[in-house]
Design a protein around this ligand. Structure first.
Ligand code: UD1
Length: 439
């Protein structure tokens, strides 16, 4: 099990290229099941999660070929070709699905393409109960016959999927994406109301459209899908990872200095940068990202945040912002509205000297003068990066254990921060099989 050691080492200075979005890439990869033609994804992040999903897709008979092409403006050279010429299996076993929750979303595409699938339920997760009832209700509305048996979902659509009007009871990113992928090949029209509007859904809609799908309402909460009988392949560049971008923006704000985030889009993290500006950070949008600047001699001000669905403040940036608030002047109240039990980073930050109390969905962070390095444990993907950010200013060394969480969503983190002056290194340990969690 690897760990990461960080030493408080003063301000950061330099450029950080933002990778393609994990949360977009894994849905686009699942969409490759929908066509017998090749789907070539560029700006692909190389992460534990994308590697893992690639393995699952191979089990279904999908050819997965990674290569390094030429970098273009805003797009790195990493690409992967997915070719599902023939689907040879529609079974996703528990051992694989439990390792990565989002892999449950292969159910809809398998069903739409072949008329049947058996996929394990994703099971528990460290950031609260995360059911899939909305996914299953929506697939049933499209005509799937669903049975739950011994932890598996068996779904068949003997007469093919049929378009339907579906109003989600509340906004769910996963259920919106999943239903969308099933509906593009359904017969007739599907209307999805109260659809999520996260940029990764926009990316999926645009890629599906490039593959020949007929979808109206991109980036709105009503998606109207006119089913087509088949889709073609496409070349598609994955959008920048707004969570990675926001995490490095928090890192620069925490350590001080001046960091330019490139290969990105300022609008994707507007809710975060609005709060950062209120706290006293200088944020300047550029053509391909933002510059984050902060005088380390001037203390930040405490600011309250509440996580919301997009375009609100992202739950995936809550831990990083909490870290930023640990040394700000005053008290910050942080409301987590998307997931219960998503403050597991708070006690770990406490080990570094932060003063945080948590009651139900609310955390109160009273700014302290400084943090002190200590051994801490990563509890989930976004929590683990928040501990790295804290380590950038903590006196002495902070060692973060269970780094496999981090490797699921951050590409070459040590290299990217190290180039800006951070003292950060990986300590290699024996390999570990990661438990179920997502983010
Ligand atoms: C969530 C985040 C998303 C983030 C992603 C990956 C939101 C709204 N969602 O998406 O921003 O990018 O994690 O880190 O911010 N729920 C049900 N039944 C269902 C599906 C969901 O009750 O069938 C509940 C969940 O428990 C949760 C809420 O709905 O409380 C939103 O979940 P959802 O958006 O589906 O989660 P993810 O797709 O994982």
């Amino acid at each position: 099990m690897d760990s990461i050691a960080v030493r408080g080492n003063g301000p950061l200075h330099g450029d950080i290229p933002v990778s393609g979005a994990k949360n977009s890439a894994i849905k686009l990869m699942a969409a490759s099941i929908l066509t017998d033609q090749p789907l070539r994804l560029t700006n692909m992040p190389r992460l534990a999660d994308t590697k893992f999903l690639g393995q699952l897709l191979r089990q279904f008979g999908v050819q997965v070929i990674e290569s390094d092409g030429a970098a273009e403006a805003g797009v790195n050279g990493q690409q992967t070709l997915f070719h599902a010429a023939e689907i040879t299996s529609t079974f996703a076993p528990y051992d694989l699905v439990r390792q990565m929750r989002a892999s449950f979303n292969v159910l809809g595409p398998l069903l739409a393409r072949t008329g049947h699938a058996k996929v394990s339920l994703p099971g528990g997760c460290t950031i609260g109960a995360r059911p899939v009832d909305l996914h299953l209700d929506a697939l049933s509305r499209l005509g799937a016959v669903i049975e739950l048996e011994e932890g598996y979902v068996s779904a068949v659509a003997p007469k093919g999927l049929k378009g339907a009007e579906i109003e989600f009871p509340f906004v769910s990113v996963g259920a919106t994406e999943h239903t969308l992928m099933a509906a593009v090949l359904a017969e007739g029209t599907t209307v999805l109301r109260r659809a999520a509007r996260e940029p990764e859904i926009g990316d999926l809609v645009r890629c599906l459209t490039a593959m020949g799908a007929k979808i109206e309402g991109v980036d709105t909460d009503v998606l109207t899908i006119t089913g087509v009988s088949s889709l073609s392949g496409a070349d598609w560049a994955v959008i920048p990872d707004r969570i990675e971008m926001g995490s490095y923006a928090c890192a620069a704000a925490m350590a001080g200095g001046e960091v330019r985030l490139t290969n990105a889009r300022a609008d994707l993290i507007q809710a975060l940068t609005d709060k950062m500006v209120q706290a006293g950070v200088e944020v300047t949008p550029t053509d391909d990202g933002v510059v984050v600047k902060r005088d380390p001699a001037v203390r930040l001000r405490a600011v309250d945040v509440a996580t919301e669905v997009y375009p609100g403040f992202a739950t995936d940036l809550q831990a990083q912002f909490m870290t930023l608030m640990t040394t700000a002047e005053g008290e910050s109240v942080i409301h987590e509205n998307i997931f219960e039990n998503r403050f597991m980073h708070a006690p770990e930050l406490g080990r570094l000297g932060a003063d945080i109390s948590v009651h139900a969905g609310e955390a109160r962070v009273r700014g302290v003068d400084g943090l002190k390095g200590a051994p801490v444990m990563a509890t989930d993907l976004r929590a683990s990066v928040s501990l790295v950010i804290a380590g950038l200013v903590a006196e002495g060394e902070t060692t973060i254990g269970r780094v496999y969480h981090l490797d699921r969503g951050f590409e070459r983190l040590e290299e990217k921060l190290g180039r800006c002056g951070a003292q950060i290194r990986r300590i290699h340990g024996p390999p570990v099989e990661s438990p179920a969690d997502e983010h």
